[in-house]
Design a protein. Structure first.
Length: 240
């Protein structure tokens, strides 16, 4: 049986954002790229909570499997590795973080995320997609990549994204910095050369994880799998 790979997208994306990576992986892998609650076809699935998303993951993923997560999906993947350690053989995290360690900073982020969620509900998906594309960490994407990402964002609905931000945002989920040592499986931390913030985070995570390596990808930013899907597939293949 082909080894299973589950790919978790980031906030404002859908499972379809992984299509170029899935194509590059080829038929040697069973690739599963679901729409996370609040996104895409799952925009109206409720509740949008970590527990519900982890239940969804357990229902769709054969075991053992390789878990791949980008940004928000990477954060969820870390929680899954702690909640379902017997199911996950290894992980590949792209532009991911264990959350915000400082409680006051996390509370402030949650308040900011709640305010943004309120704003999202008042916007069209087109208007929000254009706004989100200007997020500094996403700067520098090639035009073709930015166009594909925009098309993917339009698969969402504002109400779903607002629920996802409130339930799965950086401020909503607990910090896992103190628990990284419990994750014993191999972890590849993938970061883009232009993504200085998450390159620093990955280096710090690698010190805390028992079996981790940092994989830097030249000429890419935060969303490595979107800018260099074949390179991302190579990293996943090496892990799987």
């Amino acid at each position: 049986m082909a080894p299973a790979v589950v790919l978790l997208h980031g906030f404002t994306h859908t499972g379809a954002s992984w299509d170029p990576v899935v194509e590059a992986l080829g038929e040697s892998y069973l690739a599963i790229a679901p729409d996370i609650r609040g996104h895409g076809a799952a925009w109206n699935s409720t509740p949008v909570s970590l527990e519900a998303v982890l239940d969804d993951l357990a229902a769709i993923a054969p075991e053992p499997f390789t878990l791949v997560g980008y940004s928000m999906g990477g954060r969820i993947a870390l929680h899954a590795a702690l909640a379902q350690p017997e199911r996950i053989a290894r992980m590949v995290l792209i532009g991911a973080s264990p959350g915000i360690a400082d409680p006051a900073e996390r509370d402030a982020r949650r308040a900011a995320d709640d305010a943004l969620a309120d704003e999202i509900e008042r916007l069209s998906i087109e208007a929000f997609a254009e706004r989100w594309a200007r997020t500094p960490v996403l700067a520098g994407q090639p035009a073709a990549v930015a166009a594909a990402v925009h098309a993917d964002r339009l698969r969402n609905r504002p109400a779903g994204l607002a629920r996802a931000l409130r339930g799965l945002g950086t401020g909503a989920l607990s910090s896992l910095w103190e628990r990284l040592g419990e994750i014993r499986i191999p972890v590849a931390l993938v970061v883009g050369e232009r993504d200085a913030k998450f390159t620093a985070i990955a280096a710090e995570m690698a010190q805390a994880l028992p079996a981790a390596e940092v994989v830097g990808i030249p000429d890419t930013g935060h969303a490595v799998h979107l800018e260099a899907p074949r390179r991302a597939a190579q990293v996943i293949s090496a892990a799987a």
